[in-house]
Design a protein around this ligand. Structure first.
Ligand SMILES: [Mg+2]
Length: 384
């Protein structure tokens, strides 16, 4: 099949995607973190809301089959897809996963030389790569996990992310992660974080528990937090420092024995390969909608295998994309479902129509072709 069109648009109404338009963050943010999309803070100077919502990309083959991909930050992702990537991709042949991989190499190589393949560009490439996988699966009448060699797990063991662990236990989850993005500086921040973990630990008993620090700490704070949390037997401490503090990961590693997780804010395969080679990280957490799509996520699974670390795809069971990747990749150990303030799993952050929902914390993806996303072109039109 040849690619006949690549078109991206900003999502303006998420209801056709099966969820409401209300923010789903359930924590009060008191420390400026530009990566956090909503929340109330101490004042205007302490919070920043990125102005762009999601982007949706449709890739159509000359057999008439089309596939859909999603990403964040439509403000830049849409023009990068429509004006920069589409002219490079239209007319290219896609018969296999290997062909999609070659096109990922093409787009990342060209953009790296011009505008950078990481950051903004990576969001755009993600949506296109996912849409190509979806269209290929539909063309071959195969779910994406079968394009990738078939299921590697009988089912995906899931955990719930959110401050209200009791509520999430009520959804049937038995593994939990709490976000702690409100960090004050220094000792006060360490104290607040320990108090939050202590409360969660007493609520969930000896269940698996993790913490996500939303990348707000510096190296010294991260080390203090990791060491102070040692008695609470966490599975891992996630996103503890600025995601571009490349040397900082090694500094933290050398000063704590905590299991360390990072990667949702890294782009392309390179940072995963570099940090895994340095031995700084125990759990790699690429986000298929941000890191560049399914192609780099599969390659990062290979990084995990070669360096004997775990893979735990970011928000893996929040959408059909992550679900299929988790199911197919043997290296992925657990599936995250971000719940936050959502009151329904079916309408949680990023949900896509027709996707499977965890039952008692366990999930098997839809076996419909592609990613099994049940949206029509009219539905996409209504959303954009
Ligand atoms: Mg996270």
């Amino acid at each position: 099949m040849k690619i006949s069109s690549v078109i991206a648009k900003a999502v303006r109404d998420t209801t056709p995607l099966g969820r409401s338009n209300t923010p789903q963050v359930d924590v009060e943010i008191v420390h400026m973190n530009p990566m956090v999309s909503s929340g109330s803070g101490r004042g205007d100077k302490d919070t920043f809301d990125p102005p762009w919502g999601e982007a949706i990309c449709v890739v159509t083959f000359d057999n008439g089959v089309w596939g859909v991909g999603l990403t964040a930050h439509a403000g830049f992702a849409v023009p990068i897809i429509n004006e920069y990537l589409a002219p490079m991709l239209i007319g290219q042949d896609v018969e296999s996963v290997a062909d999609i991989g070659e096109l990922w190499d093409l787009t990342t190589t060209v953009t790296a030389a011009h505008i950078g393949a990481a950051g903004s560009t990576s969001y755009a490439i993600s949506a296109v790569d996912l849409a190509m996988y979806d269209a290929l699966g539909k063309s071959l009448s195969l779910p994406v996990y079968d394009l990738l060699g078939g299921p590697a797990h009988a089912a995906i063991q899931c955990y719930a992310t959110g401050t209200n662990v009791e509520k999430n236990a009520g959804f049937g989850f038995e593994r939990f992660k709490i976000p702690c993005p409100w960090l004050a500086r220094g000792a006060e921040g360490v104290e607040a974080t320990v108090a939050a973990v202590e409360a969660a630990r007493s609520a969930v008993g000896d269940a698996e528990l993790m913490i996500d620090c939303w990348a707000v700490m510096d190296v010294d704070e991260a080390v203090d937090v990791c060491n102070a949390l040692e008695p609470y037997d966490l599975v891992f401490v996630e996103d503890y420092i600025n995601p571009e503090d490349w040397d900082g990961y090694g500094d933290v590693r050398s000063r704590t024995t905590a299991r360390l997780a990072a990667g949702e804010r890294w782009f392309t395969v390179r940072p995963f390969e570099q940090q895994a080679s340095l031995g700084t990280i125990d759990v790699l957490q690429p986000d298929p909608l941000w890191v560049g799509g399914a192609t780099p996520t599969v390659r990062i699974a290979d990084v995990a295998r070669r360096h004997c670390v775990d893979l735990a795809i970011h928000c893996a069971v929040n959408d059909a994309f992550g679900q299929h990747l988790c199911f197919a990749l043997a290296e992925n150990v657990i599936g995250e479902m971000y719940i936050g303030a959502s009151t329904s799993l079916a309408e949680s952050y990023r949900s896509t129509p027709g996707m499977a929902i965890p039952v008692n914390g366990v999930l098997v993806p839809s076996d419909a072709p592609g990613f099994g996303i049940e949206i029509t072109l009219d539905g996409i039109e209504a959303a954009t």
